[in-house]
Ligand binder design. Structure first.
Ligand code: MSP
Length: 687
């Protein structure tokens, strides 16, 4: 029976503002999942979103929309990000999914019935961004010990989980099973900071938070977000339901990979819950390090992301998914923190991908095509060949050991050591000189065969890590891009197989020029995918001017984008003013309504954008428009405008835009609002 491998990322807060640090856990999990799949194991890779809690409730309220209306576009953005990075999960769980909600309620019911959950009164300090409660003694200078932000004192009736009861069993778990929590430094942190002093029972319900899962035995209370969130690891598999086939097959998980700041929840609270439920524990919790900027955790909320280019969307668009994945998987020693700079990113991809791997492939292919036209015959091996062949043949064993220890950087270092050896082999065997001497043709064939095989082997070994270039390389040697690890042996290529000379697989970036360009780019809106209504490509008018959407040409600020933005976004600038004809049905797809601007302000750090609050009938929407050069916020308030109301929401400079205000564009580019000529109520349909 095939081995099973169940791997999970934490489920993400729908915060938007995704940065390259967010991609770290998930890209590593994706590489691990791909690696195990290639080993022929049955893999289940879970990720998702953690959607309940006070923070979401507040944000939605601020915008006058429902929590789900607030979250949905952010979830789409996150999924887009994973698509862009070629992350292939088996399930994307949302904690608002019905099966998850039922499962969490079942867990609470079970723990309540067994007496592990009881009712009492809670008094403590709550950190909204971390969704965590602290006792007074745990606070650092009166602030949240995790993020250093303000906490609020809360006192209310609450249900408690008997966490204290499980402290001795958790300590014993760490002692008996050193693999359970890794790296070992995290065990010391847990023991010294929390377990030594004994654990207090945990408040696991709130009456003040409405946006949460109601407890089945007391609907006034909602589930504490961390119990809700942690349960995703088993709810995703159907735990506690009749359809629990996946649970029986995949649980316990082999790995919960998490950032170090959330180890406490995973290595203390989660095992205690599972112990209370009488379920097996995951095999390993690994608390990885962080991507840092200026020595601090990369975090948009701390505004330390600039001037570095941290937007995954922008990075992928500019440098490709392989480059971003490679950087994340190779640069930071596993388990440690690592400083992120755009320069280091560029230096790393230039050195390894463009110089070492790119050159090896292009030199090998150029020489084969020029001298043989196809895979050459392989002759007798010399000592220098045997060394290269041995390195190729031992590669899988080495990367398997590294990946067994979750160490993707080391596995990649092994592959690139082989790439480096092959480049040295070219210098040692001097095929360009062999090519000049007709008596050395057989030797030239052998050298080039060995190089082609090395390229192929490296491409197969790179498949879990990079998702574009390996397939290209394999195809160019007439090999199956779906080749598995069973092909990691020397001698698979056969004489006469077609070889294609690829254009450079990885471009080389001029670091200085890139850094200068990136500096301009950071903080400047970049175009949105057309699906978000980007650009002025909207509705054309009869006159000389255009009626367009006043959303800054569909600008995208920093890491923010619309849902559905998986394609390379191109602004339709310069497109002809008269578009091809559309049917009345096409036009009917656009929902236009009259809205009244009830509040308006400038968008911070933008000279083009205004943020309007628009009342459309009973609904209030947040809309961002690129009209700050033509209207002041004061002028906008009270205006009746035409709003496109069925566009997918998008964020511009961090501000949600749930529609577009129509403007006419004069010959000189001046924008003028389109308004109803007679008095019309807000919410009226425009047709
Ligand atoms: N919702 C919780 C997890 C609940 S799991 C039951 C959460 N979400 S998160 O969105 O804040 O974080 C998701 C992942 O991104 C975490 O693993 C976190 O460590 C990771 N990262 C966020 N910023 C990071 C860096 N700067 N560097 C590396 N990883 C970081 O926590």
């Amino acid at each position: 029976m095939a081995k099973r491998y169940y791997i999970t990322t934490p489920i993400y807060y729908p915060s938007g503002n995704w940065h390259i640090g967010h991609c770290y856990t998930t890209v590593i999990c994706d590489a691990l999942a791909r690696f195990h799949k290639m080993k022929g194991e049955e893999v289940f890779f879970l990720t998702g979103t953690d959607e309940h809690g006070q923070k979401v409730e507040k944000e939605a309220l601020k915008r006058g929309i429902t929590p789900l209306a607030f979250i949905d576009p952010l979830v789409s953005e996150l999924k887009d990000m994973w698509r862009l990075l070629d992350v292939r999960y088996d399930r994307f769980l949302r904690t608002t999914d019905e099966d998850h909600v039922k499962c969490v309620q079942g867990i609470y019911q079970k723990l309540y019935e067994s007496g592990d959950i009881y009712k009492a009164e809670y008094e403590g300090y709550y950190c909204t961004p971390c969704e965590a409660f602290w006792t007074e003694s745990q606070l650092k200078e009166g602030k949240c010990p995790d993020c250093g932000r303000e906490v609020t004192k809360q006192r209310e009736e609450s249900y408690f989980f008997r966490l204290s009861k499980y402290a001795p069993r958790i300590l014993k778990l760490y002692e008996d099973n050193p693999q359970f929590l890794q790296p070992t430094s995290r065990v010391n942190e847990m023991v010294n900071n929390f377990l030594k002093a004994g654990l207090q029972d945990l408040s696991v319900s709130r009456t003040t938070v409405k946006w949460g899962i109601p407890l089945p035995f007391d609907e006034k209370h909602t589930a504490y977000v961390w119990i809700d969130a942690l349960s995703n690891y088993i709810s995703a598999l159907g735990y506690g339901t009749e359809k629990d086939g996946l649970y029986r097959k995949f649980w316990p998980a082999q790995l919960h990979l998490v950032g170090k700041e959330i180890v406490r929840f995973h290595a203390i609270i989660w095992p205690a819950i599972l112990m209370a439920l009488g379920e097996p524990l995951p095999e390993q919790i690994y608390g990885h390090g962080w991507l840092l900027i200026g020595g601090e955790k990369l975090s948009k909320s701390k505004e330390n992301a600039r001037p570095e280019l941290t937007d995954p969307y922008e990075l992928v668009k500019r440098y490709g998914a392989d480059a971003v994945r490679y950087y994340l998987l190779r640069e930071i020693p596993f388990g440690s923190d690592g400083e992120y700079t755009t320069e280091r990113f560029l230096l790393r991809i230039n050195a390894d991908l463009s110089n070492d791997l790119g050159n090896l492939v292009s030199r090998t292919q150029a020489m084969i095509v020029q001298n043989f036209g196809a895979v050459p015959p392989r002759g007798e091996a010399e000592e220098v060949d045997r060394e290269l062949i041995a390195m190729c043949e031992g590669l899988f064993g080495r990367i398997d050991a590294d990946m067994g220890a979750l160490n993707a950087p080391e596995a990649l270092a092994e592959i690139f050591a082989l790439v480096g050896r092959a480049n040295k082999y070219i210098d040692e065997t001097t095929p360009w000189l062999l090519a000049k001497d007709p008596t050395k043709r057989a030797r030239l064939g052998t050298v080039l065969y060995n190089l082609a095989e090395t390229c192929r082997i490296c491409a197969v070994a790179l498949k879990p890590f990079l998702t574009v270039a390996p397939a290209k390389i394999l195809r160019s040697f007439s090999c199956d891009e779906n080749a598995g690890f069973d092909t990691l042996k020397f001698g698979v290529l056969k004489e006469g197989m077609a070889v294609e000379k690829l254009p450079p697989v990885f471009p080389r970036f001029d670091v200085k020029r890139e850094l200068a360009e990136v500096e301009k780019l950071v903080g400047t809106p970049t175009p949105l995918p057309p699906s978000a209504g980007g650009g002025k490509a909207g509705l054309s008018s009869a006159g000389g001017g255009k009626v367009g959407m006043s959303s800054n040409g569909g600008g995208k600020a920093g890491s923010e984008r619309s849902e559905g933005g998986s394609a390379h976004p191109e602004r339709s600038e310069g497109s002809p003013q008269t578009k091809s004809e559309i049917s009345i049905d096409d036009f009917a797809k656009v929902e236009l309504k009259i809205g009244e601007v009830i509040a308006c302000e400038r968008v911070a750090k933008s000279d083009k954008l205004l943020h309007e609050t628009v009342k459309i009938g009973d609904e209030v929407r947040s809309v961002v428009s690129g009209i700050a050069k033509f209207y002041t916020p004061e002028e906008m308030v009270g205006k009746k405008v035409v709003v496109v109301t069925n566009l997918k929401p998008v964020k511009l400079r961090g501000v949600l835009s749930e529609g577009m205000i129509l403007c006419a564009e004069g010959e000189d580019g001046t924008l003028s609002l389109v308004s109803p000529e007679k008095l019309v109520a807000s919410g009226a349909t425009v047709k």
